[in-house]
Design a protein around this ligand. Structure first.
Ligand code: BES
Ligand code: MN
Ligand code: ZN
Length: 499
């Protein structure tokens, strides 16, 4: 994990250090303090704007090297936010990412003047900007021992000039906790599967989360067998890696209030098992634990920012491999719930893991609601691409809250249907159900399967196969694993469940 930016706050009028970043909007004007700073280069800037045909379009930039008149400044970067009165939290996040992208890799120091023509930025917006900076600056280069073509940033002192240092600092403490949760999740997704197997995932969760006050319990195979988690254990039985379930508890809310429960699919490598996947792209299946990474990162974030909520995270960690002990198509397993499942395809393993983890969570913790996240189906990528995750829910209120949290965080979800008519697609000749539903509606039949393990508990399933891994580069992420969903769940909690 690289943490290449060190963010600190300074007064708006302080002398800038290093690369200087100043904000503007469509008016091409500056805030009063920024204007004073830029007075010596005013004419040059006008000419630079002309030369670049700079109209202040959102997130467009003008760079000026070694500006005469600003002796201490090696580079001046003007960034426009476009229409300043329409900015939302997620725009400040993006702005932070854009800023980080304009600071050259070798720079040791930079200053951002957090002021727009209309005045200084609010503390919350500054914190969101800082979060964007931090997220964009992440690179997973732990295993690169040779010199890189594009050297990663080593350490950058980033000075954010703000109206009130204390309130910005306070807002940042909260957002920084969320950022750490996202970066933790990214690391987990990016790690190779020989390193991050179920026991190692459990160990890291325990180490990082107990340090911020989360109670962490790790259930090993004998404990899982005792609980009758035969569906989950069946997936792991062809691997030499042992399976684990990790239970994480954060008690920041009222003493006896039922918790929110977050459940994650954690297949540390999905070869498909006996129904083995084609070779091309199989390496991507190291990311099949993106749901578990999200849940772990979220519990970290909630604890580190001391969220006023009771929340639990439960993740099912297994490796899906083919060998002489592996599960076969045709096998029938009895899940913890007592319901039996005929295995048609050993590559539809995520739902088997989740069946037991959902049931266990519901029975053990009687949660107020359950949200599971899983890289569950290729079909969701066919339906939604990589911009939206698929949302399935038995509860309209929860579905709407998640949709709203998706809109405000920028981690968007799109609701898909559940309906009893789909159930017949997973009826089995020999058992209570089968683990695949045929070619049509693959994401829906998977969700329909999960629904059989939640009873009446308000529940949502988020299929993140398209968003958690192989992520398209964005302004706030250049890494393969996006750490997707940590900010979504953090917003869900903050907007609905903290008093
Ligand atoms: N982990 C995969 C789904 C997946 C595919 C995630 C691509 C990310 C990218 C899941 O376990 C799987 O193999 N699903 C099968 C289900 C099928 C056998 C019913 C699929 O989607 O093909
Ligand atoms: Mn699979
Ligand atoms: Zn899988």
């Amino acid at each position: 994990m690289s943490e290449p930016v060190n963010i600190s706050f300074a007064k708006l009028s302080a002398a800038p250090k290093g690369v200087l970043i100043v904000l503007t909007d469509e008016s091409l004007a500056f805030g009063p303090i920024a204007q004073k700073l830029l007075n010596p280069v005013d004419d040059a800037l006008t000419r630079a704007f002309d030369a670049e045909r700079f109209k202040g379009k959102a997130f467009s930039c003008v760079d000026m090297l070694a500006p005469a008149g600003l002796q201490q400044v090696p580079r001046l970067v003007i960034i426009s936010v476009g229409k300043a009165d329409e900015l939302k939290a997620k725009d400040f996040l993006k702005l932070g990412g854009v800023i980080a992208g304009r600071i050259p890799a070798g720079a040791k120091e930079a200053t951002v003047v957090a002021e727009l023509p209309g005045g200084s930025l609010a503390a919350e917006d500054v914190a969101e900007l800082a979060l964007g900076l931090r997220l964009r600056s992440y690179a997973f280069d732990r295993y690169k021992t040779k010199k890189k073509d594009e050297p990663a940033r080593e350490s950058l002192e980033l000075h954010l000039q703000v109206a009130e240092e204390a309130s910005a600092e306070k807002a940042w403490t909260t957002r920084e906790a969320v950022g750490e949760g996202v970066l933790f999740a990214r690391d987990l997704v990016n790690e190779p599967p020989n390193v991050l197997d179920p026991p190692e995932f459990a160990r890291r969760a325990q180490e990082r989360l107990s340090a911020v006050g989360v109670e962490v319990d790790v259930l090993d195979e004998p404990a899982l067998a005792k609980l009758n988690m035969r569906a989950l254990l069946g997936v792991g039985q062809g691997s030499i890696k042992e399976s684990r379930v990790v239970v994480m508890r954060w008690n920041g809310g009222k003493k006896d209030e039922a918790p929110l429960a977050f459940i994650g699919k954690g297949v540390t490598f999905d070869s498909g098992g006996i129904s083995i996947k084609p070779g091309a792209g199989m390496e991507d299946m190291k990311g099949d634990m993106g749901g578990a990474a999200c849940v772990t990162g979220t519990l970290y974030a909630l604890a580190a920012r001391k969220a006023k909520v009771n929340a639990i995270g439960v993740i099912g960690l297994v490796e899906n491999m083919p060998d002489g002990a592996a599960q076969r198509p045709g096998d029938i397993v009895t899940s913890m719930s007592g319901q039996t499942i005929e295995i048609i395809n050993t590559d539809a393993e995520g739902r088997l893991v989740l069946a037991d983890v959902l049931w266990y969570t519901k029975e053990t913790f009687k949660p107020k609601l359950m949200v599971d996240l899983a890289t569950l189906t290729g079909a969701i990528m066919v339906a939604l691409g990589q911009e939206y995750a698929g949302l399935f829910s038995n509860d309209d209120e929860l579905a709407e809250a998640l949709t709203a949290a998706g809109a405000s965080s920028g981690e968007k979800v799109w609701r898909m249907p559940l309906a009893p008519e789909y159930d017949k697609l997973i009826d089995s000749k020999f058992a209570d159900m089968k683990n695949t539903g045929g070619r049509f509606g693959g994401s829906i039949t998977a969700a329909q399967f999960l629904q059989r393990y939640v009873d009446k508990t308000p529940w949502a399933h988020v299929d993140i196969a398209g968003t958690a891994m192989a992520s398209p580069a964005s302004d706030i992420n250049k890494s393969w694993g996006a750490g997707w969903g940590v900010r979504l769940l953090d917003r869900l909690v903050a907007e609905n469940h903290e008093g």
